[in-house]
Design a protein. Structure first.
Length: 87
């Protein structure tokens, strides 16, 4: 089964307003692919490094124990969501 079929199967489980959000996202992705300028590898690396530097400055420094606690909280929030089941 291809991705299109898998996505269609999952989207059918969603209410109409959420299906519209999925459609909007797909339209965004298509437009982004068709309009993105071709960049050299060096320009792409510079953009990624600039984004990482900005994220590093925006995020407060955390102790390893704080990072562990955050990841534990996130993991517990996502467990049991049923992502592996059809609906």
């Amino acid at each position: 089964m291809g991705y299109a079929e898998l996505i269609q199967q999952r989207v059918q489980c969603l209410p109409a307003d959420k299906q519209a959000e999925v459609y909007d996202f797909v339209e965004f992705m298509v437009k982004r692919l068709s309009t993105s300028p071709i960049q050299s590898d060096e320009l792409r690396k510079q953009g990624i490094m600039a984004a990482l530097a900005a994220a590093r400055q925006a995020w407060p420094p955390l102790a390893p124990s704080e990072i562990d606690q955050i990841s534990t909280n996130l993991r517990s929030q996502w467990e049991g969501r049923g992502w592996d089941r059809p609906c």
